[in-house]
Write a protein that binds this ligand. Sequence first.
Ligand code: CA2
Length: 150
Amino acid sequence: MATVYVFNGPNLNLLGLREPQVYGSDTLADVEQMCARRCEALGLQLDFRQTNHEGELVTWLHEAGRAQSQGQAIGTVLNAGAYTHTSVALHDAIKGASVTLIELHISNVHAREAFRHHSYISPAAKAVMAGFGVAGYALAIQGLHDLSAH
Ligand code: CA2
């Protein structure tokens, strides 16, 4: 069974606990369950993680790229949190590891502060999803599945 990776960056462990007006009231554990349900329906194996450390995301992207190159994974959904707007290291990791990557944001970053409008992830991503709330995670998994089937 092929794996889909879902990686979450800094502060996303606070999901549902703070700022519900921006990010909704579902917790990250709720999001993992939604992703698990979608993966089960699609016959995929879910590997869902969160870290507050940039270098750990880099290491995980390398791991995801290796699994994909060995035919064991179809790609990665990444909500890099605020590292989206700052991290050349994540850009380089996605390119270097040749990961098929969906950049995911819960909020519509383009309707928010100007500093959220630029992404270092987007030029290295296959697709970008923003503004669907936490439902975007399942949509992104579906998108990776549909891409891999063509
Ligand atoms: O909309 C998104 O998913 C973001 O990636 C979330 C990041 C933000 O820096 C990006 O600009 C957009 C923030 C993640 C922090 O999540 C929190 C959740 C609840 C309470 C506080 C932070």
